[in-house]
Design a protein around this ligand. Structure first.
Ligand SMILES: [Zn+2]
Length: 392
């Protein structure tokens, strides 16, 4: 191996920082090449009333803390919001002060490391495809139920961000015209019927109306509906409280309706359901599966997608952001020469037994465009190190 290649390999083995900026918390970690988190930290998300600069301060502070302990290669940021097609600016973040915020360059100047920005749900989906529940599946739709609903799409192994970078905002598909008002300004968005916020809103309504069925929820919040949280309702459901179970079932049913709509649009083989609400597992997913099958176009005459829970939990966003940063770093270094834009699936992986097929695959992927690249799994070694595909 030439000295240059050895140096490049060592560089590429360095961990990357992943930062997941959600509506309430900023979770960050140092992630190795195999998707393992080797160090972590977290902060409160600066409130919507705070300036964009304060969010940057938080990010810079995190990078300083983790960077002092690890020799990192790059920084990936997964943000809850619309990220533009060049993955440099956050166009709009419903839960933050960002409006057309040139986040990548601003942070890059401050932390002096390569930075990539992507939508948090794209980052989470990326992690599930690389290291989690969607490994080996070519057509995946990810739906994350948190404060709202985020989502992402992988079709034929490629992460689809859309022409303007804002694909996968499933939470704002209008599913009940004239329904509940949404923060986005519309009415009847899907996330007003199937998200963590809905769980809280509905539980509060029961308690406010002094409903006898909600006595355990009222007990748990000590009679103060403002104290009700999603995890509180989920915990009661797990203990078998009928009211909490009913609320989760309602959300599950709406989830299934939305999934059927997404199946009509994308025809995935797998739906990965993530986000805090999915922690209850089948209490949510069983009603979702039932309602999905009942609503699916052409039901009974077509193969059906499987609906599974995400495997990486609430750390998927930061793991994916870190891996996307590694990917972008490699792409920039190699000037797109080695960019593959497809996930390598098991069948293809087996095909890649000699360098000629690697070369063919690399060439095809290079011509695919600027989509996100994934390191071919076949080039990774058993000891966790990887080598780039041979190109000559
Ligand atoms: Zn909306």
């Amino acid at each position: 191996m030439s000295p240059t290649r050895t140096r490049v390999s060592r560089l590429a083995l360095r961990p990357t920082i992943g930062i997941d900026i959600g509506g309430t918390k900023v979770a960050a970690g140092v992630v190795d090449v195999d998707g393992n988190i080797i160090d972590r930290t977290r902060r409160e998300t600066p409130s919507k009333s705070k300036s964009a600069r304060e969010v940057e301060d938080t990010i810079a502070d995190i990078v300083a803390e983790l960077g002092a302990r690890h020799h990192v290669l790059a920084v990936g940021i997964g943000a809850a919001g619309f990220v533009d097609g060049t993955q440099s600016s956050v166009l709009f973040a419903p839960h933050l002060a960002w409006r057309n915020e040139p986040l990548r360059d601003a942070v890059q100047r401050r932390v002096r490391l390569p930075v990539v920005v992507d939508n948090d749900a794209n980052a989470a989906l990326w992690a599930e495809c690389r290291f989690g529940a969607a490994q080996g599946e070519s057509h995946v739709v990810c739906v994350n139920l948190g404060t709202g609903i985020g989502g992402g799409v992988v079709l034929d192994g490629v992460l689809h961000r859309g022409r303007f970078g804002v694909a996968g905002e499933f939470g704002h598909m209008v599913i009940v015209p004239g329904g509940h008002r949404c923060e986005c300004g519309n009415r009847g968005c899907w996330e007003q019927y199937a998200s963590g916020n809905v769980l809280v809103r509905e539980a509060r309504e029961l308690v406010v109306n002094d409903s006898p069925v909600a006595y355990r929820i009222a007990e748990a919040c000590q009679g103060d509906p403002r104290r009700i949280t999603g995890p509180m309702v989920s915990a009661l459901a797990a203990q078998g409280d009928p009211a909490a179970l009913e609320l989760l079932e309602d959300i599950g049913q709406w989830l299934g309706v939305g999934l059927a709509n997404l199946a009509a649009a994308f025809d995935p083989g797998l739906f990965v359901i993530g986000g805090g609400v999915s922690d209850v597992g089948d209490l949510l997913l069983e009603p979702a599966r039932t309602s999905f099958r009942r609503t699916l176009t052409g039901r009974g005459f077509r193969p059906e997608a499987t609906v599974v829970r995400a495997a990486l939990g609430n750390e998927a966003g930061l793991i994916g952001a870190a891996d996307l940063a590694r990917r972008e770093r490699s792409r920039r270094r190699d000037r797109a020469k080695l960019v593959t834009t497809r996930l390598l699936l098991p069948r293809r992986r087996e095909e890649l037994t000699h360098s000629a097929s690697v070369r063919r695959n690399t060439r095809r992927a290079t011509t695919t465009g600027t989509g996100t690249a994934i390191e071919p799994a076949s080039t990774r070694r058993g000891n966790g190190t990887w080598r780039r595909p041979t190109t000559s």
